[in-house]
Design a protein around this ligand. Structure first.
Ligand code: HEC
Length: 139
């Protein structure tokens, strides 16, 4: 009896530990976007890496003419390096290729704000951000 209890307590503690370890900054960020997406649209269910891929490559008309898409700077292949019009090389945006990415929520938000304005001429919606981030995490 006593052993069983200790075992199950130890197991719960381990489970709790591994859950805490898994909920890193990217998961927290995605959870925040998800809550916002649900608040904006009651029919919203989940982010889609497929939609994120289409978003990444889509040419929008509302922003700067020389950078119509995220892929204009970040490369259509997110595992490859990108290039800004200034000639600055940008490390790949796929998480597998640049494992340090998306660790700082303030940095992520700063660049979403700046780049969405540049490409779409408006802020990205929480769903657009969550889809795009899901695509990058899946790559
Ligand atoms: C004009 C070039 C340019 C365009 C277009 C562009 N980006 Fe970026 N982006 C950058 C640069 C430069 C950085 C900062 C350098 C870095 O993180 O390697 C960056 C960084 C980011 C980051 C932060 C990455 C991190 O590690 O935290 C996100 C998120 C991001 N971009 C999303 C987007 C999305 C979404 C689009 C399309 C709506 C887009 N970008 C279009 C140039 C661009």
């Amino acid at each position: 009896m006593k052993h069983k209890l200790i075992l199950s307590l130890a197991f719960s503690a381990l489970t709790a530990l591994s859950l805490t370890a898994q909920a890193g900054p990217i998961d927290t960020q995605l959870a925040g976007y998800k809550a916002a997406a649900q608040a904006a649209d009651a029919k919203f269910t989940a982010f889609s890496a497929e939609r994120g891929k289409a978003f990444h490559n889509r040419a929008f008309g509302g922003g700067k003419p020389d950078t119509p898409a995220c892929a204009s700077c970040h490369n259509e292949n997110p595992r490859a390096a990108g290039l800004a019009p200034t000639g600055k090389v940008i490390e790949p945006v796929a998480l597998s290729a640049t494992p340090g990415r998306y660790a700082d929520p303030a940095k992520v938000e700063k660049w979403f704000k700046r780049n969405c304005q540049e490409v779409l001429g408006r802020a990205c919606s929480p769903q657009e951000k969550g889809d795009w981030l899901s695509y990058m995490v899946s790559q």
